[in-house]
Each structure stands twice: as structure tokens, then as C-alpha cells.
Design a protein around this ligand. Structure first.
Ligand code: ADP
Length: 311
């Protein structure tokens, strides 16, 4: 991997912040029934929060744009991102609850999840656009589907307007057709790529064809992530396979967020795209070796070490 001596540019992340409330219980209650839970945990989540922390741990300056509620969870989420040196100046506090996921996991490991978007649904497209357009020294503007479509659309347009690289992680899958004109880097996983393109993505050949489909829609760089099978990168220079790093996978939560944060941070450090993909893959691989979302996002030294081991 080539090293870059220059001061890194800023990574701007526009996305969601959530609190995950997780109950472990023997069996799910029936309608109208009360049961006792065994365990209760609170975790920070949301793709915006995860991707911002992922990039910050790789030593990029990061600004997060989004919203939390005026509740305890909001203050807690804000403190958490600050602890990872993410600039939360543009995270608004809005009346009402923060984004919340209520997660029940039974003894068989099956789950039921209710997501309340809360403050994430109230992020203002105008505020996002105005903030980004006033920024300097931005390398990458990255967004995802957990904020309203008008917000991700505004983020990409503003990123393009200030000359930053624009990146869309299209999760969850929504109608992003109007977004693509302002996307420099599209990073879906294989399921999202299939849903968006209507094409199968299971085999190597199918994933390549799907990547080419997005290229034909005018997206300069398409990176389809494929879990332990690595990724496919399509660009005007052609199609390449991005090898994954071999690790013992324990929990795949947040692999994609680690990958996106890693890619954005590496590009902000001035790395060539192919080297940036190594950072992203190493970050994704390390994230699956630790349980949870934010706790699994690796620091730069660990990413560097994994890359050095291979080269
Ligand atoms: P998502 O979490 O969005 O479904 P993926 O599962 O495709 O995303 O993972 C993103 C990236 O993380 C992969 O392209 C790969 O580089 C890395 N990764 C994910 N799972 C593994 C694994 N089991 N072993 C090694 N790398 C992995």
C-alpha cells in the first residue's frame, strides 16, 4: 500500500444515528401476552454513525450531518460520535425521539425488529445542502438510504458542487434513479445491487455484469461488495476483482459500513482507488472479527497491519 504524506481531506457523512435496544428472551410474546426478557442492551447504530466512526478511526477528519432527538438517546449518541473525534456540529437536535430500533432476539437466535426513524426522518435537505456548500477541504461526501431521499440527493448534489468525490451506499434499497447523476462511487452489497439492477449477482460473472450495468448508467466507480468473496470494482479502466482478507468471521454486522468508511478515509488521504479498496477490504474484514457494530470498527494501525501481512 502506498503511503500518503499529505494532510487528509475531510470526509463528510450524511446519514442516520440510531439507538438499538436489544432484548434477549426465551420466546416471543403472542399478541396481548407479556413475557419476561432475559437480557437488555443498548447499542449505538445507524449507517451514518457507523460510517462516520469507521472513517474517523482510520484517521480522516470527519463531519457527520444528521439529526438526533431531544431525548437521552440523542445526547448519548452525540457523546459517542464525539468520543471518536467525529465533528457533530451539523447533527441537529430536533423535537421528538432519536432514531430507535427495538430488537427482540429469542433463544433460537431469530429476531423481530421495529425501526422508528424518529429524528432521522426530520433531517433537512436544505440545511444539508447549505452546510456542505459552505465547506472547504472536503475530499468525500458519503451518504446512504437511512435519511430521506431528498436529503441524500441534496448531499450528493452539494458534494459534486464543491468538487468532492461523492459516494452512495444504497442501503436500504430505495428509488435512487435521480441520485445516480451525482454519484462518483456507488457501493452496494450484492443483494442491493441485484435489487437495484434487477440482475442476479450470485456468481462472479453475474456480479461483474451487474457492476457493468451501473457503469452503463454513468456511475464512474461501482464497487459491489460480496462478503467473504471480496468485491467487484468497475471503472472506465475496466473491471477488477478486489480480494478479501482471510479472517475468522464472528459477526458480520457493520462490515459494509466499515468498508465504506475505509474507502472514504483512504480516498481522503489521497490514496489511489485500488489502494483505497485495500483499506476498505481490510476494514471490512476486521469488522467481522469482533461482535457488534461500532465496537467492531477497526483503528488505522490494525488495518495497516493486516495489509502489511499480505504484501
Ligand atoms: P454488507 O455488510 O453491506 O452486507 P458485505 O458483507 O459485502 O457488506 O461486506 C463488505 C466487505 O467487508 C466485503 O467486500 C469484504 O471486503 C469485507 N468482508 C465481509 N465479510 C467478510 C469475511 N467473512 N471475510 C473477509 N472479509 C469480509
Amino acid at each position: 500500500m502506498s503511503q500518503s504524506a499529505q494532510v487528509p481531506l475531510t470526509v463528510v457523512v450524511v446519514g442516520s444515528l440510531n439507538v438499538d435496544l436489544v432484548v434477549g428472551l426465551d420466546r416471543m410474546p403472542n399478541e396481548g401476552e407479556s413475557v419476561l426478557g432475559d437480557t437488555f442492551e443498548r447499542h449505538a447504530g445507524g449507517k451514518g454513525l457507523n460510517q462516520a466512526i469507521a472513517a474517523a478511526r482510520l484517521a480522516a477528519p470527519v463531519r457527520l450531518l444528521g439529526a438526533v432527538g431531544d431525548d437521552d438517546s440523542g445526547a448519548w449518541l452525540r457523546a459517542l460520535v464525539r468520543a471518536d473525534h467525529v465533528d457533530d456540529t451539523d447533527v441537529a437536535t430536533v423535537p421528538g425521539p432519536s432514531g430507535t430500533a427495538l430488537i427482540e432476539v429469542d433463544a433460537r437466535g431469530l429476531n423481530r425488529i421495529i425501526v422508528v426513524p424518529g429524528a432521522n426522518a426530520l433531517v433537512s435537505a436544505d440545511a444539508v445542502s447549505t452546510s456542505i456548500r459552505a465547506m472547504h477541504g472536503v475530499g468525500v461526501v458519503m451518504t446512504n438510504g437511512e435519511v430521506p431521499l431528498a436529503v441524500s440527493r441534496a448531499a450528493l448534489a452539494a458534494g459534486r458542487a464543491i468538487g468532492a468525490l461523492t459516494m452512495l451506499n444504497p442501503a436500504p434499497v430505495l428509488d435512487y434513479r435521480e441520485h445516480l447523476v451525482d454519484v462518483d462511487i456507488l457501493v452496494p452489497n450484492e443483494h442491493e445491487a441485484a435489487a437495484m439492477s434487477g440482475l442476479p449477482t450470485q456468481t462472479d460473472a453475474e456480479a461483474r455484469a451487474a457492476a457493468q450495468y451501473f457503469s452503463s448508467q454513468g456511475v464512474t466507480n461501482v464497487v459491489i461488495t460480496r462478503g467473504a468473496s471480496g468485491a467487484i470494482w468497475s471503472s472506465p479502466a475496466g473491471i477488477e476483482e478486489v480480494a478479501s482478507f482471510e479472517v475468522d468471521a464472528i459477526d458480520t454486522v457493520a462490515a459494509g459500513d466499515a468498508f465504506c468508511g475505509g474507502l472514504a478515509a483512504a480516498l481522503a488521504h489521497g490514496l489511489q482507488f485500488s489502494d483505497a479498496l485495500s483499506w476498505a477490504s481490510a476494514a471490512g474484514a476486521l469488522a467481522v472479527t469482533v461482535k457488534g457494530a461500532a465496537p467492531s470498527l477497526p483503528m488505522r494501525a490494525a488495518v495497516q497491519e493486516l495489509i502489511n501481512q499480505r504484501s
